[in-house]
Write a protein that binds this ligand. Structure first.
Ligand SMILES: Cc1cc2nc3c(=O)[nH]c(=O)nc-3n(C[C@H](O)[C@H](O)[C@H](O)COP(=O)(O)OP(=O)(O)OC[C@H]3O[C@@H](n4cnc5c(N)ncnc54)[C@H](O)[C@@H]3O)c2cc1C
Length: 246
């Protein structure tokens, strides 16, 4: 049982309001907590007591817009230190959250361009949901392409919401038949990702965000660099902004 007065500095006690189970081991946790608002794309630490009583804490991107009710999209990692305990929570249960959102994976770090490519695997779509729920990307970019790589169709969380948005939504499924089947880097290499998007991914027109599985973010960065795109750095703007989840 968590008590607010026993939490480490910087943590607040929250409560699970309800959960949306998209597929086994893939859930949105709707949480009530007094946290500070941040920037779309940032993350909070979620924490629960581990077997020895000490808090186990991990980073989770907000899928909700700043100041909206808190939503976290989480995949259960079997044998993981935190996620099995998180998935055992029921509405009304308590959990700890870091009070201040953190992180530099937000549109404030992304220069203007004609096209914004938001490329994710799994729960790496969460920060993009937060961004797309704010006016900023719609005001700054003419075209938004959202690529979501998953294993099975059932893992395409938020599909209905994304299909209703004025963007190019490209689900990529690796283990079931699909219009785009396979791995995102392979589909960039063979041209099918750009064919489906109806636009070339070129340095002069594009900003690219990468989020999720480190194999995908690493391979994509290498492929994009081979096309002349560069990482965005504080003093040297480029076209690639990346967040690795592990
Ligand atoms: C900035 C940031 C934001 C993040 N946002 C999210 C988010 O919105 N949703 C989310 O589900 N996770 C997110 N993560 C990952 C999250 O912090 C944890 O690493 C993950 O939930 C596993 O925690 P665990 O304690 O259960 O497993 P651990 O005991 O920490 O990990 C066991 C092993 O599982 C592997 N692993 C970790 N994460 C995953 C994963 N997602 N899929 C498959 N294998 C994995 C790693 O190899 C790890 O060594 C984020 C990570 C970072 C750094």
């Amino acid at each position: 049982m968590l008590h607010a007065d026993e939490l480490p500095a910087g943590f607040v006690l929250g409560q699970l309001l309800d959960r949306v189970d998209w597929a086994p081991g893939l859930t949105t946790f709707n949480v009530e907590a007094r946290v500070q608002p941040g920037l779309a794309g940032q993350f909070h630490m979620l924490a629960l007591p581990g077997p020895d009583g000490s808090l186990v804490r991990r980073a989770y991107s907000l899928a909700s817009a700043p100041e909206a009710p808190l939503e976290f999209l989480v995949v259960e990692v079997p044998g993981g230190a935190l996620t099995p305990a998180l998935f055992a929570l029921r509405p009304g249960d308590g959990l700890a959250l870091s009070e201040r959102p953190e992180g530099t994976f937000h549109l404030g770090r992304v220069p203007d361009a004609r096209d914004l490519w938001l490329i994710s695997t799994g729960t790496g779509i969460a920060p993009y949901l937060a961004m797309l729920r704010t006016p900023e990307p719609w005001a700054r970019f003419q075209r938004i392409v959202l690529v979501h790589g998953v294993r099975q169709q059932a893992d395409l969380a938020y599909r209905g919401l994304l299909e209703a948005m004025d963007l190019v939504y490209l689900p990529v499924v690796s283990r079931e038949p699909a219009a785009l089947r396979g791995r995102i880097p392979a589909l960039l290499q063979d041209g099918s990702l750009e064919a489906a998007a109806g636009v070339r991914l070129q340095a002069e027109h594009s900003q690219v965000m990468l989020c999720g599985n480190p194999e995908m973010t690493g391979e994509m960065q290498a492929l994009l660099e081979a096309r002349g795109l560069r990482r965005n750095r504080a003093r040297e703007p480029g076209q690639i902004t990346a967040e690795r989840y592990w």
